[in-house]
Design a binder for this molecule. Structure first.
Ligand code: PHE
Length: 348
């Protein structure tokens, strides 16, 4: 058999094998067998040296042609097998668009954050600015500038975590009173602010105490601000959060940074004043501390107490949430049990 016939046979046989192969692996085997270093085509090319001068270019040309045709056939077969595989895979994986979707569980703000958000909305609407302070505070602002000098006995009510002798985890949001007053330009109008945030006290945790809880501080300082303004403001807060039927009453109290100081109660939401277990038969529930800003506090922040005065209050969103939803243990708010927390969804 001449070299040309050999090559023709090779081509025919190769094309037939390629056409009948069933998968990509078989095609690859054919490629190695036919076109590889040990394959028949390479052998023909190697044998070219024995051919005559005239034959050599003709055979060479033909051998190249055979190699190209086989390569093309292999490539095409490989592509068609790959697309057939893809089609089979796609057909097997068809999506049934009529199946019901998987529900997405939507989260919500923490119940205490919901109370804070409501208060921020309410006070922003009344023209208050919202100031957020630092949880790590200087002794000077947390105590001294609030009329609580070193060794003042009232410091004992708020024992806390000290970072250094002069720096501590704030025990209250009241330091923001001093910080805001010292930077406010009173010639431009009154200062009206609320300051929500976390506070810390070295308490033993129990059903009504947590070493970390929240406060929302409120402060209004300007000309002609009276205690009636304080009471009216607290009434708006109580009615917005707990409902229109609730009353607010003020009782005398003591805070070093307010004079006079009061504690505010609201009508018991549960018995509406008749007396029940929740309000310990008094008909009232204590909700916050407040008072008229002490002249010393104004002076220490560079505000003239003869010209300006105002009120301050500090309320606890944790306590508000407990009252509003009848939660008996404050620790429930901090254990992050989604079954508990998901019950409180303001937005429905
Ligand atoms: N800072 C006080 C507390 O933590 C609450 C308070 C704030 C009282 C402002 C009066 C005025 O108990």
């Amino acid at each position: 058999m001449g070299v040309k016939e050999k090559l023709e046979d090779l081509l025919k046989q190769g094309i037939e094998e390629i056409n009948t192969s069933q998968d990509v692996k078989a095609v690859e085997e054919i490629r190695v067998k036919m076109l590889g270093k040990k394959g028949p085509l390479t052998a023909v090319l190697r044998g070219m040296k024995d051919l005559s001068k005239e034959e050599r270019p003709l055979v060479g040309k033909f051998a190249n042609q055979v190699r190209d045709e086989l390569t093309t056939a292999i490539d095409e077969k490989r592509a068609s097998l790959a697309s057939a595989m893809l089609n089979a895979k796609l057909a097997a994986e068809t999506v049934d668009v009529t199946l019901p979707g998987r529900p997405v569980v939507q989260g919500q703000p923490h119940v205490i954050q919901q109370i804070i958000d409501q208060l921020v909305d309410l006070f922003s609407a009344m023209g208050y600015q919202v100031a957020v302070g630092d949880e790590v505070e200087q002794d000077e602002y947390n105590f001294e500038r609030l009329n609580l000098p070193k060794d003042h006995p009232a410091r004992d009510m708020q024992d806390t975590f000290y970072v250094t002798p002069q720096v501590l985890m704030r025990t209250q949001t009241s330091p923001m009173q001093a910080r805001m007053m010292e930077t406010h330009d009173f010639s431009k109008g009154p200062l009206k602010m609320i300051s929500p945030g976390k506070v810390y006290r070295r308490d033993t945790d129990d059903a009504t105490h947590s070493h970390q809880f929240h406060q929302v501080e409120g402060l209004v300082v300007g000309e002609h601000v009276t205690m009636a303004d304080l009471k009216g403001t607290l009434e708006v807060v109580a009615k917005t959060l707990f409902g229109d039927q609730l009353e607010v009453r003020l009782r005398p109290s003591y805070f070093p940074f307010t004079e006079p100081s009061v504690e505010a109660d609201i009508t018991c939401f549960n018995c509406l004043g008749k007396g029940c277990a929740i309000c310990k038969q008094t008909g009232w529930i204590e909700v916050l501390g407040a008072g008229m800003v002490h002249p010393n506090v104004l002076k220490m922040s560079g505000v003239d107490p003869d010209r300006y005065g105002g009120f301050a209050f500090g309320l606890g969103p944790d306590r508000f949430a407990m009252i509003k939803y009848g939660v008996e243990d404050i620790r429930d708010f901090y254990q992050n049990d989604v079954r508990f927390l998901s019950q409180f969804n303001q937005k429905g």
